[in-house]
Design a binder for this molecule. Structure first.
Ligand code: GTP
Ligand code: MG
Length: 315
C-alpha cells in the first residue's frame, strides 16, 4: 500500500513534460495507472521503446511502494476486511457475511433483477454501526443511468429506523454522462475517500456508458483498456481506504445456451477477472430473486434467495 504524498507523472524518471502530457491524453492520469499498465500499452501511448516503457512502469511501482508482500502481511491485511450487510441474511451468508471491503463486488443480471436495489440498500446499510452490519461510514454513488432515487433511500432508511434526512446526507451522488465522465468521477471518489468517511463506492452501471461510447467500433481493445484502468482506480481506492466497491453490469439472458453460464456480462472477461466477487442475479417466481455466486477467491459457489420489498432487500 502506498502512503504519504501524492507524486505526479513528471516525478517519474524518464518522464518529461511531453511524455507526461501524452500519458494523460492516453488516459494514464495518475502514477497508479502507469504502474498498472503493460509495457506495450505505454509504448503505444507515448511512442517509446519497450525497455524505456518497462523502466517507467517499474519506477511507478516503486514510487507507490508496490512490492512483494509476505504471507503474514497479507493475512494481517485480510484481518482488517469488513463486511456490509445486504439486508438479506441468505445473501450475506452466500457472501461469507456481507459485501467485503478491499474488494470489488460485481452484481450482474438482466433488467429488473435487483442490481440497482442492492446498490441503494448497501448505500444505506454502510451507514449502520458495525454491530448492525454497517461500517458507520457514508457512500458515494456514481450514477450512469439516472437510476439513483432518493425516495428509495428514504424508504430503506425508514425500514431500518434511520433518520432518512441523515441517510441522504451521507450519500454523495454524481451523474456520469459518458464513460470519460465516469472515469473522472471514480478518480474523484478515490480522492474523497482518503478522508476515511466513505465506506462504499457504487458504480451503477459499470458498463452501460462504455457499451454506448464504444458501440460499433472495430476493436474493443481501447474499451477494455479503459474499463480495466477504471476498475483499477476503484480497486486501489478499496485497498487504500478499506472500503467496499459495488459495480453493476446488465446482461441479457440467453435461454438458447444450455451449458455453462447462460449469460455473458457486458464488458467481457476483463470485468469478470478484475471483480473480486461476481454475483449473477435472476428473477424468480413471486417477486423472488436468486443470487448465484459465480466465482470468488475464498468462498464456495452457491445460491441465495432474497426479496425486494418496500422497506428494502430482505430474505
Ligand atoms: P436494470 O438497471 O434495468 O438492468 O435493472 P436492475 O437489475 O438494476 O433492477 P432494479 O434493481 O432496478 O430492480 C427493479 C425491481 O425492483 C422492480 O421491478 C421491482 O420489482 C423492485 N422494486 C423497486 N422498487 C421497489 C419498491 O419500492 N418496492 C418493491 N416491493 N419493489 C421494488
Ligand atoms: Mg439498474
Amino acid at each position: 500500500m502506498s502512503g504519504g504524498k501524492a507524486i505526479s507523472l513528471e516525478d517519474l524518471p524518464g518522464v518529461g513534460a511531453t511524455t507526461a502530457e501524452k500519458l494523460r491524453d492516453a488516459g494514464f492520469r495518475e502514477v497508479s495507472s502507469v504502474a498498472a499498465a503493460s509495457a506495450s500499452e505505454l509504448k503505444d501511448a507515448v511512442g517509446i521503446g519497450e525497455a524505456a516503457a518497462n523502466r517507467i512502469i517499474m519506477a511507478a511501482k516503486e514510487s507507490l511502494d508496490i512490492r512483494f508482500r509476505t504471507g503474514r502481511e497479507m493475512l494481517e491485511k485480510r484481518k482488517s476486511v469488513k463486511k456490509i450487510s445486504t439486508g438479506s441474511s441468505a445473501l450475506d451468508n452466500l457472501l461469507g457475511g456481507g459485501i467485503e471491503t478491499q474488494a470489488i463486488s460485481e452484481f450482474y443480471g438482466e433488467f429488473g433483477s435487483g442490481k440497482t436495489q442492492i446498490a441503494h440498500q448497501a448505500a444505506v446499510n454502510v451507514q449502520l454501526p458495525e454491530e448492525k452490519g454497517g461500517l458507520g461510514r457514508g457512500a458515494i454513488f456514481i450514477d450512469t443511468e439516472n437510476t439513483f432515487r432518493p425516495e428509495r433511500i428514504i424508504q430503506m432508511a425508514e425500514g431500518l429506523e434511520l433518520d432518512p434526512d441523515e441517510a441522504l446526507e451521507r450519500i454523495q451522488v454524481a451523474r456520469a454522462y459518458n464513460s470519460d465522465d465516469q472515469i473522472l468521477w471514480a478518480e474523484k471518489a478515490a480522492e474523497i475517500a482518503q478522508s476515511g468517511e466513505v465506506g462504499l463506492i457504487i458504480v451503477d452501471s459499470l458498463t452501460a456508458q462504455f457499451r454506448s461510447d464504444y458501440a460499433g467500433r472495430g476493436t474493443l481493445a481501447s474499451r477494455q483498456q479503459k474499463l480495466n484502468q477504471h476498475m483499477h482506480t476503484l480497486q486501489r481506492a478499496a485497498d487504500l481506504n478499506n472500503l467496499a466497491v459495488i459495480v453493476t453490469n446488465q446482461v441479457m439472458a440467453k435461454p438458447d445456451i444450455f451449458f455453462g453460464d447462460p449469460t455473458a456480462p457486458i464488458g467481457g472477461h476483463i470485468v469478470g477477472h478484475t471483480s473480486t466477487f461476481r454475483l449473477y442475479l435472476r428473477k424468480s417466481k413471486g417477486g423472488k430473486r436468486v443470487a448465484r455466486l459465480v466465482d470468488s477467491p475464498n468462498l464456495p459457489d452457491g445460491e441465495a434467495i432474497f426479496m425486494v420489498k418496500q422497506e428494502g432487500i430482505r430474505d
